[in-house]
Ligand binder design. Sequence first.
Ligand code: SAM
Length: 273
Amino acid sequence: MSPTQHRASGRPTEHKARKRFGQNFLVDERLIHRIVRSIAPRADDNLIEIGPGKGAITGLLLEHCETLNVIELDRDLIPILLAQFAKYTEFNIHQTDALKFDFATLWRDQAPLRIVGNLPYNISTPLIFHLLSYQEKVQDMHFMLQKEVVQRLAAVPGDKNYGRLSIMAQYYCSVENLFEVPPESFQPAPKVDSAIVRLTPHTVLPHPVHHLSKLENLVRTAFSQRRKTLRNSLKALEVNFDDNNFTIDLTKRAENLSLLDYTTLCNEIWPAE
Ligand code: SAM
């Protein structure tokens, strides 16, 4: 057992929600049941919860699936979790930063990861990018996020929320915006609306590129000046676009290209070696 992994029993302590850990605890029982119904956990799932907090979702997950790994940064929450759930022998707490956690260590043959969590909103975008890098090992992910982040994940070309997060998430996953959640469902109530999203990694990538880091760079560069035409915004890439060897219309703006347009352009600029 690693030094940050806990299984022993502990004594609950008082806990005050901390802003710096993005702590907004779920208090709406009906909503918690709705979230867990959407996840539909099964007894033999390889479930992982990010940010269990005081266990609002954790308890119901454990009723369906006794093997549960949770990753919680706030060490003051560990005794509270242990006091409630120590009777579950397959309940493991990893007291660490999910942004640095190697999710591949939890992968088991025949049991891809099912990752869930009411995520701390202050780190949700970098955390999603971190998790996308494990997509081959993941069955699906269900997250509570700020509503705008869910809209960005699910956005299509032309939407005001369409951008780098939409394209990279949809490169790897199908994205379903499941339902919205009002601030009153939390204690303390956040200042923003929230929503539940389901991300299901594609078993076969629909639009693969030869060089993933090039796609990431292409999309980042295009959206760094989203109002300009691609011919202008992509100057920083130092690619010769003058000979018009590209099937994509470079007079378009970043926000008007589909995922397929981006992957096509990427493969035309940087073909397989
Ligand atoms: N799941 C609980 C609930 O729904 O009531 C708590 C959700 S709260 C929005 C986010 C949780 O993530 C908190 O428990 C917080 O301590 C934890 N957290 C914050 N930053 C984290 C990080 N970098 N890694 C792991 N957990 C983190």
